[in-house]
Every structure is written in C-alpha cells, then in structure tokens.
Write a protein that binds this ligand. Structure first.
Ligand SMILES: Nc1ncnc2c1ncn2[C@@H]1O[C@H](COP(=O)(O)OP(=O)(O)OP(=O)(O)O)[C@@H](O)[C@H]1O
Ligand SMILES: [Mg+2]
Length: 241
C-alpha cells in the first residue's frame, strides 16, 4: 500500500509549550485515519503543520509526496481542508463562496457541483443567504462542501462533525466511508470515538503532544477491545490528577 502522509519526529513548540512532540506516523492511501486525543493534545497543530498553515519546529512531514515545509503551497493545492472553527466569509452568500473557491482552485463546472452539494447536505434554501446569516451547522455544511467539492486525493478535516445534528452526522459519516472506497484518503481529527471506531481504518492517539498509540482499528477488534474504552484507559493512565 502506498503511503500518502508521513511524519517523522514532527514537533511544534510555541515558546515553552510543546504542542506536538516528536510524532512519527504514516497513513496509507485509501485509508480513513482518525487522529484522536483530549483537548489540547495537539491534533489541530498536527493538521496545521500537515497543511502548511504553521511551520514545524522540528522533524519532517510529507503529504502526497510533497514536503510540507519546502512546498506548503503545493500541498494546499492538492488537498481538501476543513480547518478547526473556521467559517466562510461573512460578506459572501453560500453560492458566491463556492464560486470563489472554484476560481481559486480552478474547479470547472462549479454550478452543477454546488447544486449537488446543496441538495446532498440539505441546504439548497440557503444558497443565496449571506454566510453571516447562516446557522453554525449550515456554515459547517458549506465548509464541508468546499473541502470535498473538487474530490481531493486527500482531505484533512479537523473535527468536522461537531456542529452537525444527528441526521447530518449520519449523512456525513456515510459520505466519508464511501469516499475512501474510491481510493482517496481522509485524515480526520475527532472526539466522537464511536464514529471513529465505525468508519476509521487506522487511528492515532495523541496526549499532551505525544503519540501514545497508532495502529489499525481492526487490530483492536481482534483483541476484543473497543476504541472508546481503549482510548480512555490509555489517556487516563497518563493522567496525574
Ligand atoms: N498559536 C498558539 N500559540 C501558543 N500555543 C498554542 C497555539 N496553538 C495551540 N497552542 C497550544 O498547543 C497545544 C495543542 O493545541 P491544539 O489546538 O493543537 O490541541 P487540540 O488537540 O486540537 O485540542 P482540541 O481538542 O481542544 O481542539 C495546547 O496546549 C495549546 O494551548
Ligand atoms: Mg483542535
């Protein structure tokens, strides 16, 4: 299996804070890889480094064969990204935002593609509404759309499910599971461990910037373990309070 994402001793320090500490992991093509960890464990920092949004202070990483430090623009041109807590520009309508994304990414035939997404995520009635007037979940639908509308070989998505209602979580979960069956790859950070267990092929657990564990989800099942309890036992073991 080809490796589409690889980190070697990847490290990020913000002053005295070590947000990510010597993390080495790899993700196979066609995988749905879950990055798990408590609040502040370094997940968003990892995704920022992997998408050229922040520079590592140590180690290295390649994404689709491109070095994230040498070629951050190249990396961003080839992946889909949902950054944490990012919202679309307040002064554009949902449709205008997708046209803007299409212009920047040179995506052809944006109108029918956008229509498909408006229907699929059930927000066609909002396409001409200014983004500032959209609900939080609808803004998240738009962010989800912009990450996947060009069908990137690799999508890096930071906690994309959190603002969705249960129906939408189900729709999106099925979409992600189907997406990787076509040979594309997804790197997702999430706190929803039951979903990770259901749809992820591989996973990693970060805690205080350190990689506690990485491996295939099937391996846990083979040991008769469940991801949520495995996660809690590992992370709690390391808690000193
Ligand atoms: N720009 C920054 N400046 C200083 N410290 C930062 C910065 N960004 C993140 N940190 C610190 O790095 C650590 C990891 O933060 P990060 O946002 O990566 O965690 P996370 O795993 O995504 O958490 P959450 O689950 O809450 O989203 C935290 O201690 C955080 O305070
Ligand atoms: Mg985060």
């Amino acid at each position: 299996m080809a490796i589409v994402l690889e980190t070697k001793d990847l490290t990020k320090k913000y002053g005295d804070v070590i947000a990510v500490d010597n993390v080495s992991l790899s993700v196979e093509k066609g995988g749905l890889f879950g990055l798990l960890g408590p609040n502040g464990s370094g997940k968003t920092t990892m995704i920022k480094m992997l998408t050229g949004q922040t520079r590592p202070t140590g180690g290295s990483a390649t994404v689709l064969g491109l070095d994230v430090v040498q070629d951050p623009v190249g990396v961003r041109g080839h992946v889909g990204i949902i950054p944490e807590q990012e919202t679309p520009p307040s002064f554009l309508t949902a449709m205008e935002y997708l046209r803007f994304v299409a212009a920047v990414r040179k995506i052809p035939d944006i109108e029918p593609k956008a229509e498909w997404w408006f229907d699929f995520l059930d927000f066609a009635d909002k396409k001409n509404v200014l983004c500032k007037d959209l609900s939080r979940g609808t803004r998240q639908k738009l962010m989800f759309t912009q990450a996947f509308i060009h069908e990137p070989a690799l999508a890096l998505i930071d906690e994309p499910l959190i603002n969705f209602d249960p129906i939408m979580q189900d729709v999106v979960k099925d979409y992600l599971a189907g997406y990787v069956k076509k040979g594309r790859t997804i790197f997702i950070s999430t706190h929803i461990l039951e979903v990770a267990e259901e749809i992820c092929s591989g996973f990693a657990i970060l805690h205080k910037g350190t990689l506690l564990y990485t491996g295939p989800v099937a391996e846990l099942a083979g040991r008769n373990e469940h991801l949520p309890s495995f996660f809690l036992s590992l992370v709690r073991k390391d808690r000193h309070v």
